[in-house]
Design a protein around this ligand. Sequence first.
Ligand code: OAD
Length: 244
Amino acid sequence: MEIPPALIELLRNAERAVALTGAGVSQESGVPTFRDAQIGLWAQYRPEDLATPEAFQRNPKLVWDWYAERRAKVNTVEPNPGHHALAEMGRRIPSFILITQNVDGLHQKAGSREVIELHGNIRRVKCSECGQNAIRWQENSPEVPRCFSCGGLLRPDVVWFGEMLPAGALEAAAAAARNCRVFFSIGTSGLVQPAASLAYAAKSRGAALVEINLEPTPLTPLADFCLHGRAGQILPKLVGAVWG
Ligand code: OAD
């Protein structure tokens, strides 16, 4: 996979860049994606049975346990070269904002500083009643743990289908997308709104669109540069080609 010289030149001179990342960036750390056929999370479970307020209402223990299992998994994995390359990009480009749909916290663990978590963070837990974040909770309790303040059921601090995104996150992400020279879409199928609309917003304001993904997505026809392959291989190669 060669890095196009025009892209190298563009990044060497870019003052402002934005990256939107999805599950594909964490896949090489061992975190399952959502829609990869057969291995993705949604290939085994139905989102509506696990990742909606209704699912939690219907069966809080099932939903709590599924996220507790994913949280335990996420606590054992490390950032991969793709995460580290994005952290380096953040050190090299004067204004670099990383918007992620991922809830694993691996970008921050790799050293990325300006991270907007559009879908929350699975390592955090909050009360389903009063919304207060829990400082600690019993992880393997037979019942779903309850809030120390109000006694409500605790839940993962992630966005479920049909829920609003964290206040301010989408506005900050949209403002960044409208005000950048280069917009990366990395490791995402580009199917979930409103995250998927950010690339179009950037493009409409004249940004160059770079897609780095294992397979084509609905965004591919719009991209100025398409680097199809593993993010953990392409991103370090890109950073090496631009900044040596
Ligand atoms: P998906 O599973 O929908 O898409 C992951 C994309 O990454 C796919 O296009 C894969 O081809 C690609 N991919 C897989 N491994 C890769 C690798 N090593 N390098 C590069 N690309 C790779 O995951 P997302 O697009 O992140 O939201 O899903 C978006 C949202 O839908 C998630 O945040 C989650 C999910 O439902 C909520 O739960 C609210």
